[in-house]
Write a protein that binds this ligand. Structure first.
Ligand code: MF3
Ligand code: CO
Length: 260
């Protein structure tokens, strides 16, 4: 079941997403060669708790069959890591790219967003990967309109990414979000247009394209969380939480948005 939210509920989601955007912006400003990813996690958790929020990923179990709970506040996925990389003792090096994913709960409602950031000077191709992935997210958000279908979002992401010579990761999806971190519907990042449910006012989605420079095949590392590209090509990830209004989408997780 897809839950449509009231204005009141969307206001609560704005609060959670505001925290997400403030923390992500702070972490982004910390990224440079020599910084430990462990520190990023500490700073994130401290900031969130100071602002009265609760880290949403920490202790999260994707299903009751999952081997173990996710133990950190943020996911930090470096280079060929796509998503769910863990902020363990590692030092960032010049030329790397790092994706930071963050979910927060405030007042019973969730916010979820992700960014990919260069560490110092990176290759032109890595720059292009980051730009194309972020563009794909914003093009996809334009499709989040009453009357469109879920797969219009998916198709927009896939066609834009592939026309730029990259591939879309197929094993992970965007999702509904609200008083749970993950709600229906699933929002794949590939597919034919015109399929799936129609988008209605009050729906709230986390849209999250993941893009690889090489093939879309995925492997999960020993830690049972970190997803990497099988060919070890670089991958980027951007995510925003978006609400559907009668006159179009509103991004709840934009940093410094006048609306939040
Ligand atoms: N943004 C990702 C998602 O929505 C991150 C989840 S990390 C987890 O699935 F620990 F919560 F699984
Ligand atoms: Co998400």
């Amino acid at each position: 079941m897809i839950i449509c939210k009231s204005r009141d509920e969307i206001e609560k989601m704005k609060k959670a997403n505001k925290t997400v955007s403030i923390v992500l912006n702070e972490l982004k400003n910390m990224i440079k060669p020599g910084v430990s990813v462990e520190l990023l996690d500490k700073v994130a958790e401290e900031m969130i708790r100071k602002m009265g929020g609760i880290p949403a990923f920490k202790g999260y179990k994707p299903s009751k069959f999952a081997k173990k709970e996710y133990p950190y506040t943020i996911c930090t996925s470096i280079n060929e890591e796509i998503v769910h990389g863990m902020p363990v003792k590692r030092i960032l090096k010049e030329g790397q790219i790092i994706s930071i994913d963050l979910g927060v709960r405030v007042d019973g409602y969730y916010g979820d967003a992700a960014i990919t950031v260069p560490v110092g000077k990176i290759s032109d191709e890595a720059e292009r990967l980051i730009r194309v992935t972020e563009n794909a997210l914003f093009l996809a958000i334009e499709e989040v309109r009453v009357g469109n279908r879920i797969s219009d979002i998916s198709y927009t992401i896939q066609s834009y990414v592939e026309s730029n010579g990259f591939s879309v990761i197929r094993d992970f999806v965007g999702h509904g979000i609200g008083s749970s971190l993950h709600e229906e519907p699933q929002i794949p990042n590939f597919g034919q247009p015109g399929q799936g449910i129609r988008i209605k006012e009050g729906m709230t989605f986390a849209i999250e394209p993941m893009v690889s420079m090489g093939s879309y095949e995925v492997e999960i590392l020993e830690d049972s969380w970190t997803a990497v590209t099988k060919d070890r090509s670089f991958a980027a990830h951007f995510e925003h939480t978006v609400a559907v209004f009668s006159d179009g989408p509103e991004i709840l997780s934009l940093f410094n948005s006048s609306k939040n």
